[in-house]
Design a protein around this ligand. Structure first.
Ligand SMILES: NC(=O)c1ccc[n+]([C@@H]2O[C@H](COP(=O)([O-])OP(=O)(O)OC[C@H]3O[C@@H](n4cnc5c(N)ncnc54)[C@H](O)[C@@H]3O)[C@@H](O)[C@H]2O)c1
Ligand SMILES: O=C(O)C[C@H](O)C(=O)O
Ligand SMILES: [Mn+2]
Length: 542
């Protein structure tokens, strides 16, 4: 290479001050860097000190993104050492602020593909341009209609695709040169963006219906044509489209919907972890999901599948679920049910006062759930009154307020423990520090799909799986057990983020093994552990 620009400006190859004297000669870098050659660990230390000097999480994020944009190896070496501290900065919740201010903060397109519904003839070219000749194995795509719980953010949502991919590499070791973030810019119904002179996306209402579906199809077929082995990970699509698209493609393509499947896996894993602590059985639980949208129905479906695997009949399993949405408890005759909700409705004849079951407290009072999971985007919805009513009828209430970001959580971990005198088994969507109650320190698990999707996707990619199916998801849910010592007072229901890199590999291995066992792996691949090890990228200068 003879061009200074190409290597110092290539984030996949750049080493900055770590280029050795020989490399500086080879790449014509003599005189283009300060003379001292640093090691990667010196760079990491120096960058971490700069990170610490920033005043806010958003400033820290901008600083880290600058390193990410210029030197991926340094970025991931740094993240590897500070994973617990960096996750909330790089990813949720700080990512929500960066998405809301995308136009104002824009400096770099981060090698994403921006696909415009106003320019459908350039879908393939756009993907190829963004890939720049790289061998893409993993695509995270969003249409930004349901970013976390903050709604429709148009082109700004590209940051969630970038962020999810950063976690794939940090957690599982996906090669960062083999990933591609994609945003489908189909317009936005967010008036604030439409009115914002600095908005960088298509300035019109969201295109819907057949034109929308055709555009998604164009993306899927162009992506699978260009990158035939790639996993397509769908993120933060709206409630009307997420499940429809998963159903449409899941048997034909290697695809994954994180909000449905990833959230389902981590929630089931959290419930299994909680039952490990309480000593109860999953078939004895009554599940209430509050907010029966993409995530809520995905969670119910994953728990339902587990009850079936435990031997219940479909009719018996269904009786364990109570879905609550804006309308209250969902009945067979509730208007405007989604197809996913219809599978879990109740009959009015089960209740003397079904007309009154329109708010969470009334439903909890009537149903006495043992597990309550929030994916409603309604902050504070798990009130003291609701929680104490639940706790009055079950010794160890399992309560997961999962709405993100922080400002939308249904409850705070500390309140849940205070209100239940330490009896609640809690996991939250965003990271929570440990909580003191009555002299015991309670570790709070993070039930965020980030704890499992990297392993699931990486495991499937490592063996060239044809699809991701229920068996693989079940294996992933069970793989997180046994890491936490459930006999310790205050034990968490899920393993800590500090061990994310280790247990992501465990998850990847069981998913890879399941693909092999089912005959869904690439011919010739027979050893899951070996395949996962061979595919793992590590942040070291080559
Ligand atoms: N922790 C995680 O891993 C994780 C994963 C996915 C989603 N989430 C969070 O879950 C939330 C929902 O995400 P989604 O993708 O399912 O969105 P969604 O829009 O598909 O679903 C939200 C549901 O909540 C319902 N809802 C709104 N107001 C309500 C109210 N007052 N009472 C009851 N229900 C109400 C909506 O009607 C909708 O059905 C978001 O905050 C998101 O961040 C967390
Ligand atoms: O992005 C997250 O933090 C989890 C989840 O996918 C969400 O949409 O909230
Ligand atoms: Mn999401």
């Amino acid at each position: 290479m003879n061009n200074v620009q190409s290597i110092l400006n290539d984030p996949f190859k750049n080493k900055g001050t770590a280029f050795t004297a020989d490399e500086r000669k080879t790449y014509n870098l003599i005189g283009t860097l300060p003379p001292r050659v640093q090691t990667l660990s010196e760079q990491v230390k120096q960058a971490y000190n700069q990170f610490k000097s920033k005043d806010s999480a958003l400033e820290q994020r901008l600083f880290l993104m600058n390193i990410f944009n210029t030197n991926r190896t340094l970025f991931f070496a740094l993240m590897d050492q500070h994973i617990t501290e960096f996750m909330p900065v790089v990813y949720d919740p700080t990512i929500a602020d960066s998405i809301e201010q995308y136009g104002q903060l824009f400096t770099d397109p981060q090698a994403a593909a921006f696909l415009s519904i106003d320019d459908p003839e350039h879908v393939k070219e756009s993907l190829a341009n963004a890939a720049g000749g790289r061998d893409i194995r993993l695509v995270v795509v969003t249409d930004s209609q349901g970013i976390l719980g903050i709604g429709d953010w148009g082109v700004n949502g590209v940051d969630i695709a970038v962020g999810k991919l950063m976690v794939y590499t940090a957690a599982a070791g996906v090669d960062p040169a083999q990933v591609l973030p994609v945003v489908l810019d189909v317009g936005t119904d967010n008036q604030q963006l439409l009115d914002d002179p600095e908005y960088l996306g298509n300035r019109h209402a969201r295109v819907q219906g057949q034109t929308y579906l055709d555009f998604v199809e164009q993306f899927v077929s162009a992506a699978s044509g260009l990158f035939p082995e790639a996993l397509l990970h769908f993120e933060d699509f709206g409630r009307d489209n997420a499940a429809v698209l998963l159903e449409k493609y899941q048997d034909q393509k290697l695809i994954f919907n994180d909000d449905i499947q990833g959230t389902g896996i981590i929630s089931l894993a959290g419930v299994l972890g909680a039952l490990n602590i309480s000593g109860e059985k999953i078939t004895d639980q009554k599940f209430l999901t509050f907010g029966a949208g993409t995530a809520g129905v995905g969670i119910a479906s994953m728990l339902y599948d587990e009850l079936i695997r435990e031997g219940l009949s479909p009719a018996e399993a269904k009786k364990h679920f109570y879905l609550v949405d804006k309308q209250g408890l969902l009945f067979d005759d509730t208007p405007a049910l989604t197809p996913g909700q219809k599978k879990f409705t109740r009959s009015r004849t089960e209740f003397a006062d079904s007309a009154n079951l329109t708010d969470l407290f009334a439903v909890v009072q009537a149903v006495h759930p043992t597990v309550m999971i929030g994916t409603s985007t309604q902050p504070g919805a798990f009130t003291k009154e609701v929680v104490q009513e639940m706790a009055a009828h079950t010794p160890r209430p399992i309560i997961f307020p999962l709405s993100n970001p922080t400002k939308l959580a249904e409850a705070k971990a500390q309140d849940l423990l205070n209100w239940t005198k330490g009896q609640a088994l809690v996991a939250t969507g965003i990271p929570a520090g440990s909580v003191e109650y009555n002299g015991v320190s309670y570790d709070i698990g993070q039930a965020n799909n980030a704890l499992v999707y990297p392993g699931v996707g990486f495991g499937a990619m490592a063996v060239g799986a044809r699809v991701i199916n229920e068996k693989m998801l079940a294996q992933a849910s069970h793989a997180l057990g046994g890491i936490v010592d459930s006999t310790q007072p205050g034990a968490a229901v899920l393993p800590p983020v500090s061990k994310l890199a280790a247990f992501s590999i465990t998850v990847a291995e069981v998913v890879a093994q399941s693909a092999i066992d089912q005959g869904l792996a690439k011919p010739g691949i027979t050893d899951a552990k070996k395949a996962v090890k061979a595919a793992k990228w590590v942040p070291e200068y080559k």
